[in-house]
Write a protein that binds this ligand. Structure first.
Ligand SMILES: [Zn+2]
Length: 341
């Protein structure tokens, strides 16, 4: 490794040569290679981490390109898995870094294997439930993770150190019901909010990697870019003494007992998704929000949406049938993008 590549970063007193060596020795995990994940992977790779382990289950689609900065038109035309396209691009950016991009649907069965060697995990997930799984994984492994989320022109981030700061369950005891929150599919998103939130996450990651914990930003930061407003809450908050996850170590999402989106193949090219909780909104409320995405029909008390070559049939209790794929991960990914669960 030539240090010349990192000379401007080493000149910054917060990093220095000793810090750069620590960055070089680190393994960083990343969940999601979408909008946040693109910028996170790019910044970690350019910063010269030793190894990056990134996971994503989706393929590159044209509607990703305005904000997912790792990908090109050619990647979308070829329908490449994000993990494949990202690995190629990241290798071109910095061949010093050991890049491992896995095309898989992170779940309780594989999450520990994926992240067990990581020093910290960055959150670029697109659904709430995977974040609770990530929270459980970080508590189990005793490593920090950096929460990040964005939709429309809003973003949120928090640095979570199990035992030292509130964890995700301390902050929000339960994931929101499916469909109750906007997602990038239903509420849209502007690119700068994603790159901004990811940049904030990457900065905290660098502080952790060089071992400068006193400089970490504490609390949950909310940013609204349009119009501009920031709110920082819980700067001096400690873990909640009765948190079942970080204090009681009941890791429901890692144990699989809380997994809401049980998805299984039922018949040829049909996957059924059964959420743990009912929908947070009625089909009548959801229909207009889905109309910009594909053809929506509501009949006989169910909603049909044609999207990305798939037909999603949604029942009032939140159960869904996704026709046109035999891949439960793809169906779960679609459900998660639409309803945030
Ligand atoms: Zn907690």
């Amino acid at each position: 490794m030539t240090l010349e590549r990192y000379s401007r970063q080493i000149l910054f007193p917060g990093v220095g040569e000793a810090g750069q060596r620590k960055i070089r020795q680190a393994t960083v995990g990343l969940l999601g290679l979408g909008a946040l994940g693109s910028t996170l992977a790019d910044l970690m790779t350019r910063s010269g981490v030793g190894r990056l382990v990134a996971v994503d289950r989706d393929i590159v689609e044209p509607s990703n390109l305005h904000r997912q900065t790792l990908y090109t038109q050619a990647d979308a035309d070829a329908g490449l898995p994000k993990a494949v396209a990202a690995r190629k691009r990241l290798r071109e950016i910095n061949p010093d870094v050991d890049i491992e991009c896995l095309s898989l649907d992170l779940g309780p069965d594989n999450a520990l294997d994926v992240f067990e060697e990581c020093d910290l995990i960055l959150d670029g997930a697109d659904g709430f439930e995977t974040r609770y799984l990530l929270n459980d994984v970080a508590i189990h492994l005793g490593i920090p993770w950096i929460y990040g989320a964005c939709v429309a022109a809003r973003g949120m981030t928090a640095t979570i150190i199990p035992g030292a700061t509130p964890c995700l369950t301390c902050l929000f005891p339960e994931p929101p019901p499916p469909g109750s929150q906007e997602t990038c599919e239903t509420g849209g998103v502007i690119p700068p909010v994603a790159t901004l939130v990811a940049s904030l996450q990457a900065t905290e990651a660098l502080k952790l990697l060089v071992g400068d914990r006193p400089s970490l930003r504490r609390g949950l930061l909310s940013i609204e870019l349009w119009p501009f407003r920031t709110v920082l809450i819980g700067e001096s908050a400690l873990p909640s003494p009765d948190c079942p996850a970080c204090q009681g170590r009941k890791l429901r999402f890692l144990a699989g007992s809380a997994e809401s989106r049980s998805a299984r193949l039922c018949g040829r090219n049909v996957v059924q998704i059964v959420p743990r909780e009912p929908l947070g909104r009625s089909l009548r409320e959801l229909a207009p929000r889905l109309e910009s995405l594909g053809r929506v029909r509501t009949m006989e008390g169910v909603l049909h949406l044609e999207i990305d070559g798939l037909t999603l049939t949604l029942f009032p209790d939140g159960r869904a049938l996704v026709r046109g794929t035999d891949d439960p991960g793809r169906a779960r990914g679609l459900y998660s993008r639409l309803f945030g669960s």
